[in-house]
Ligand binder design. Structure first.
Ligand code: AMP
Length: 172
């Protein structure tokens, strides 16, 4: 875990002044660190019978897809508007730096399927909360949210509406 933390790169004032961006690309580029990260994200949810893992565009995809494979689960993309080709549902949300919307395919999960949400960073929690609302709209049971980095000073975890939450690294 110390090695993982040492590979997280702080980029001040990106994408706008006042935001310290947590750049995880050095972690992804390191074979051993990347593998350990995927294991650590999957481990707390290994015994829950997860059917599918949902990842949020775009950095969330890089973590959610290998976690899905590790758990023997399928993968669900949660994407920005207009990217998914089939019938979708949409949710609006506010970001640490702006507002946006997310979409999911209406048939991404069957009613009652157990879905684990995975992302790189939780900041204000708006993105994860919107993804949880989308998954619930299509009937999924959201059994957890596994995230690499929590910026706890932004208090995003309180927006998760009771979904069990696990962060590997917390900055406060
Ligand atoms: P939020 O909705 O505020 O919790 O923002 C979470 C989303 O925005 C995640 O998908 C992150 O990829 C991205 N994000 C927000 N703040 C940061 C940050 N300081 N460093 C890196 N990514 C961030």
């Amino acid at each position: 875990m110390d090695k993982l933390i040492s590979l997280i790169r702080d980029i001040p004032d990106f994408p706008e002044p006042g935001v310290v961006f947590k750049d995880i690309t050095p972690v992804l580029a390191d074979r051993d660190a990347f593998s350990a990260l995927v294991d650590a994200l999957a481990a707390p949810f290994r015994d829950l019978g997860v059917d599918k893992v949902a990842g949020i565009e775009a950095r969330g995809f890089t973590l959610a897809t290998p976690v899905a494979e590790r758990l023997g689960a399928g993968f669900i993309p949660v994407r920005k508007p207009g990217k998914l080709p089939y019938e979708t549902v949409r949710e609006d949300y506010s970001l640490e730096y702006g507002t946006d919307s997310l979409e999911i395919h209406t048939d991404a999960a069957r009613s009652g399927e157990k879905v684990l949400l995975v992302d790189d960073v939780i900041a204000t929690g708006g993105t994860a909360a919107a993804a949880i609302r989308l998954l619930r709209k299509i009937g999924a049971e959201v059994v957890g949210f596994s995230v690499f980095i929590e910026l706890s000073f932004l208090d995003g975890a309180r927006k998760l509406d009771g979904v069990p939450f696990h962060a590997l690294v917390t900055y406060d």
